[in-house]
Design a protein around this ligand. Structure first.
Ligand code: PMP
Length: 452
C-alpha cells in the first residue's frame, strides 16, 4: 500500500471496522450527546476540526485530571494528546489550580496591571532573551500581532512561511506550495486573503529557495517553528540551517519570528534556548497558562522602539480586552515559576525516550519502513523510512487509515493520542505505567496490521 507501507489492506480494513464498531457500541451517552449537539453546533462538535479526528463519535469528556481523561460513558484513558500542548503540564496541575483558586478571589480581569504581569515578562525575558513582551489570548493572535509589527518595522507587506507549517488561524500564514505556486491549503477557501499577494512559501531546510525568496527584499518577516512539528512528524533543521536563516534574514532586512507554541517540550526556554537562537520576535500560546487561554510575544529592543512609536496613540490594531487577564497571568506565573523546572523536563525527556524506544523497537521488529521522531517531550511517528527534511516529503493524508486504526485500537484500550496527528506529549503528571501500556498496545496492534 503506497500510503501505508508494510500494512496488509484486508487486515487494516477489518481492524478499522471492528474498532469503530467497538468504540460506538461502548458509548451510548456520547452518541446521544453528539446527536443532541448536531442541532446547535456545526457537525455536532464545538470546533469543526473535532469532526476530523479518528473516532466516529467524539470522545466526550466527563473529567480530565492529571494525565488522564474519563469520558461520559465511564471509560478511562491515559492522555498523550494533552490538548496539543494546551494541557502540556497535565490537567489541573496542583500549582496551577492553587494559583487560580486564589486569583479568583482577587479578580479574574481588571484591565489594570498586577504585580504578576511584570514578574512574568521579566521571566520570559530571562528565558527567551528578548526584553519586551505583550500578551494575547491565543498563539494565533501572538503570530498575527508579531507579523503586523514586522510589517510596521520593515515597511514591507509580504511574509514567508515554510511549506505546510501551521501557525494558527492567521489568514496570510495559511499558504502552501503547489505545482502552480503559492495557494491556500486544502480546506481553506481562497476567498478572504489572496495568499499569492501576501505570502511566500518555501520548503523547510531549502536554503537556496529561501535566499531567492528573500533577495528581492520585499518580505517583512520569516515566521517559522524552530523545529517543524506539524504534518504528523518532527522535522529537524539541518546542521547550520538556523545560522544561515538568521544570516539571510539579517542581510535582507527581514525580521525573524520564531513560533514556540509546539516546541516548548524541547526545553525550559523552548528551542530558542535549546538551539541558541536569536530571533527578532518569539511567539507562544497554549501551554503558557496551564489551560487558561493565553499567548504572548516577545521582541528585541529595536522592534520594541518602533512598536512603541507605532502604538503611542491609538490601538495599532493590536490586542484584545482579555489578553493578559489577571487569571491568565497568575496561571503563567505558576507555570513558569513552579512547573517548567529542570526536574519537570527531566521527567518529560525520560518518558518520551521510553515511549519512542518502544515504538522504534516495534518498527524494527517488523522491518517496517516507518520512523519515529522526537523533540524532547514530544514524539511522533510517520510512514516514511527516514525522518523527512521538509513537509513535502510527507504526502498529505499518507497513512491516514493506519493512523485512524492505531488511534482507535489504542483508545478502545485506554490510551489517547493527539486526535489531530497522532503525536504524543508528556507531562510532569504522566505516569511511567501508562507509557508501558502504550508500548504493549502499540506492539499488538502493529502485529495485527502487518503484511505477512
Ligand atoms: N502555532 C503553532 C505552531 C501551532 O501548532 C498552533 C496551533 N496548533 C498555533 C500557533 C495556534 O494556536 P491557537 O490555535 O491556540 O491559536
Amino acid at each position: 500500500d503506497p500510503v501505508a507501507p508494510g500494512v496488509d489492506h484486508r487486515r487494516l480494513a477489518d481492524l478499522l471496522a471492528r474498532e469503530r464498531a467497538a468504540w460506538v457500541d461502548a458509548r451510548p451517552r456520547a452518541r446521544a450527546l453528539h446527536e443532541r449537539a448536531r442541532a446547535s453546533q456545526l457537525h455536532g462538535t464545538p470546533q469543526h476540526w473535532i469532526k476530523q479526528f479518528p473516532p466516529p463519535v467524539p470522545l466526550v469528556v466527563d473529567r480530565a485530571h492529571g494525565a488522564r481523561l474519563r469520558d461520559t460513558d465511564g471509560h478511562e484513558y491515559a492522555d498523550f494528546g494533552l490538548a496539543g500542548t494546551a494541557a502540556l503540564w497535565g490537567h489541573g496541575h496542583p500549582a496551577v489550580v492553587a494559583a487560580l483558586r486564589d486569583q479568583l478571589d482577587r479578580g479574574a480581569v481588571t484591565l489594570w496591571p498586577h504585580e504578576d504581569h511584570v514578574w512574568v515578562t521579566e521571566e520570559l525575558h530571562r528565558r527567551f532573551g528578548l526584553p519586551f513582551w505583550q500578551f494575547t489570548v491565543s498563539a494565533s493572535d501572538a503570530n498575527r500581532f508579531a507579523l503586523l509589527l514586522a510589517r510596521v518595522v520593515t515597511g514591507r507587506r509580504r511574509v514567508l512561511v515554510f511549506h505546510r507549517a501551521y501557525h494558527g488561524s492567521v489568514e496570510q500564514t495559511c499558504a502552501v506550495l503547489t505545482p502552480f505556486g503559492v495557494a491556500a491549503p486544502p480546506g481553506v477557501e481562497p476567498n478572504g486573503v489572496d495568499v499569492r499577494e501576501t505570502t511566500k512559501v518555501v520548503e523547510f531546510n531549502d536554503l537556496p529557495a529561501l535566499e531567492r525568496a528573500l533577495e528581492p527584499r520585499d518580505v517583512a518577516a520569516v515566521l517559522t517553528e524552530p523545529v517543524m512539528t506539524n504534518g504528523g512528524a518532527v522535522i529537524h533543521p539541518d546542521p547550520g540551517f538556523h545560522a544561515a536563516l538568521r544570516d539571510l534574514t539579517h542581510r535582507t532586512g527581514t525580521l525573524l519570528v520564531v513560533d514556540e507554541t509546539q516546541t516548548i517540550p524541547a526545553g525550559p526556554a523552548g528551542c530558542t534556548g535549546a538551539l541558541g537562537l536569536s530571533p527578532d520576535l518569539v511567539t507562544m500560546g497554549k501551554w503558557l497558562a496551564g489551560g487558561v487561554p493565553a499567548g504572548a510575544y516577545g521582541m528585541t529592543e529595536p522592534v520594541a522602539a518602533v512598536a512603541a512609536r507605532y502604538t503611542a496613540s491609538g490601538d495599532g490594531g493590536l490586542g484584545s480586552t482579555l489578553a493578559g487577564g489577571a487569571l491568565a497571568v497568575r496561571a503563567m506565573r505558576a507555570v513558569l515559576g513552579e512547573v517548567m523546572t529542570e526536574p519537570t523536563y527531566a521527567h518529560l525527556d525520560r518518558l518520551a525516550a521510553h515511549y519512542a524506544g518502544d515504538v522504534a523497537a516495534v518498527i524494527e521488529h517488523h522491518g517496517l519502513p516507518w520512523h519515529v521522531g522526537r523533540l524532547g517531550g514530544r514524539v511522533s511517528y510517520a510512514f516514511t523510512p527516514e525522518p523527512p527534511r521538509a513537509a513535502g516529503a510527507l504526502r498529505p493524508g499518507a497513512g491516514s487509515a493506519v493512523r485512524q486504526a492505531l488511534w482507535l485500537y489504542l483508545a478502545n484500550r485506554g490510551v489517547v493520542l493527539s486526535g489531530m496527528n497522532g503525536a504524543a506529549l508528556f507531562s510532569p503528571l504522566t505516569e511511567e505505567t501508562d507509557v508501558d501500556l502504550h508500548g504493549e498496545l502499540f506492539g499488538s496492534v502493529v502485529a495485527e496490521l502487518v503484511a505477512r
